[in-house]
Design a protein. Structure first.
Length: 204
């Protein structure tokens, strides 16, 4: 998938505005500049940022209601994927986005780009806080599924939804985790990779 096709999907299928796409272009350019000095993303994916990182993150919009009053958190946001992309799309002041990233270098980039693009969100370094208030958890390149579920059970103190972008082994990971009676799941196909999946978990 080339950049033009990825942008068309963002606008036509996912309803990103032209202004959103301009901000995403700025994010891409800043990411390339920063990546020349620091390893924020793999060098091998620099030529496919629109599809590999931006659109891959943006597809989660299909499973979110950003018109609602909700708290969304992104575990291990890295260079802002997927949480920053969701925050760029979001126009609702009652839909709050918070990014968790332990790397100081990556947090510096997140602070820089959110200030540059005037994006409303919060950034924190410690996932293992005593309690996390979240209606929605998203993560892309964070931890194994069992560790995500453990955080969900022990730290997130109310019913919530978990959206996880995973590769071809998504079903195997699910099969090897004991979700328990309070958790249900389904798998959705990724629009950027035929073999990849989105795991959607409801935690009650």
């Amino acid at each position: 998938m080339d950049d033009v096709e990825a942008k068309k999907i963002l606008v036509n299928a996912l309803k990103f505005t032209n202004n959103d796409v301009e901000k995403l272009e700025s994010l891409r350019n800043s990411l390339l500049e920063y990546n020349a000095r620091y390893n924020l993303i793999s060098k091998t994916t620099e030529k496919s940022i629109w599809s590999r990182h931006i659109l891959d993150s943006a597809q989660l919009i299909k499973f979110l209601n950003t018109d609602s009053k909700a708290d969304l958190i992104d575990f291990g946001s890295g260079a802002g994927f997927p949480g920053l992309v969701i925050a760029i799309f979001n126009k609702n002041s009652d839909f709050h986005v918070k990014l968790y990233e332990k790397s100081p270098v990556k947090r510096d980039f997140l602070h820089l780009i959110t200030e540059k693009l005037d994006i409303k969100l919060k950034i924190s370094d410690n996932v293992y806080e005593s309690q996390i208030e979240a209606d929605i958890i998203v993560c892309r390149a964070f931890k194994k599924l069992d560790q995500i579920i453990k955080i969900s059970r022990e730290i997130v103190k109310k019913p919530h939804k978990i959206l996880i972008l995973k590769g071809k082994n998504a079903q195997d990971e699910i099969n090897n985790v004991s979700l328990g009676p309070n958790y249900s799941y389904k798998l959705e196909k990724s629009i950027t990779d035929f073999d990849s999946k989105i795991i959607i978990i409801e935690a009650k």
